[in-house]
Design a protein around this ligand. Structure first.
Ligand SMILES: [Zn+2]
Length: 196
């Protein structure tokens, strides 16, 4: 079953993706400049900033790109986070639950359960994410990229949100992202509501 579905993935060329990304970005900028007033309370500010951060993190995540089979509505995915410290590699298994994707669950477990909220401990190990059987979605890939997590060789990423749009960032990870990047935590709390 795993082999069958992975054979359906179609590799995307980088130039195609970059081209479509630029076009979408230009279109969205125009759409926003039309209907949204410019003022301190304008909703386009945090929205655009979150979209930009998602794209930046997505590109930083070093997985190969693929697109999943069409018509996916429900996702049953697993993720395994490998962390290597002093040449010893251990793993944390994540499961998807109520909008928290398996990748985010694994990262939260590691940060909270293993690192005990210590961001220095989090950054002191080499982290690698393994996702499957479907590719890592754009939001999870973005968080991985922003947190300096590498992809396992068998892990792909996709520039879509895939299936149901529900996606939640655990608050502990929003806090960690804020610490690691120096940005406001609010930026990352918008990740789930940005339309991709
Ligand atoms: Zn995901």
């Amino acid at each position: 079953m795993l082999t069958d579905s992975s054979e359906l993935y179609l590799p995307l060329t980088l130039s195609w993706f970059l081209g479509s990304t630029i076009k979408r970005g230009q279109h969205m900028s125009r759409a926003h400049s039309k209907g949204v007033s410019t003022g301190p309370s304008s909703p386009s500010g945090p929205y655009d900033a979150a979209l930009k951060a998602i794209r930046k993190g997505y590109q930083a995540f070093n997985a190969a790109e693929s697109i999943p089979p069409s018509g996916i509505q429900t996702l049953s995915c697993t993720a395994k986070l490998y962390y290597t410290n002093n040449n010893i590699t251990s793993t944390v298994a994540g499961v998807s639950n109520n909008g928290v994707h398996a990748e985010m669950d694994a990262l939260k477990q590691f940060y909270v359960g293993t690192c005990h909220y210590n961001d220095h401990a989090f950054s002191s190990v080499t982290l690698q994410m393994e996702s499957g059987p479907l590719p890592c979605c754009i939001r999870c890939a973005a968080v991985c990229g922003l947190l300096g997590v590498f992809a396992m060789p068998n892990t792909h990423k996709t520039p879509t949100s895939m299936g149901t749009a529900q996606w939640q960032l655990p608050d502990d990870l929003a806090q960690l992202l804020a610490i690691k990047t120096g940005e406001n935590k609010f930026l990352y709390q918008q990740f789930g509501s940005v339309i991709i």
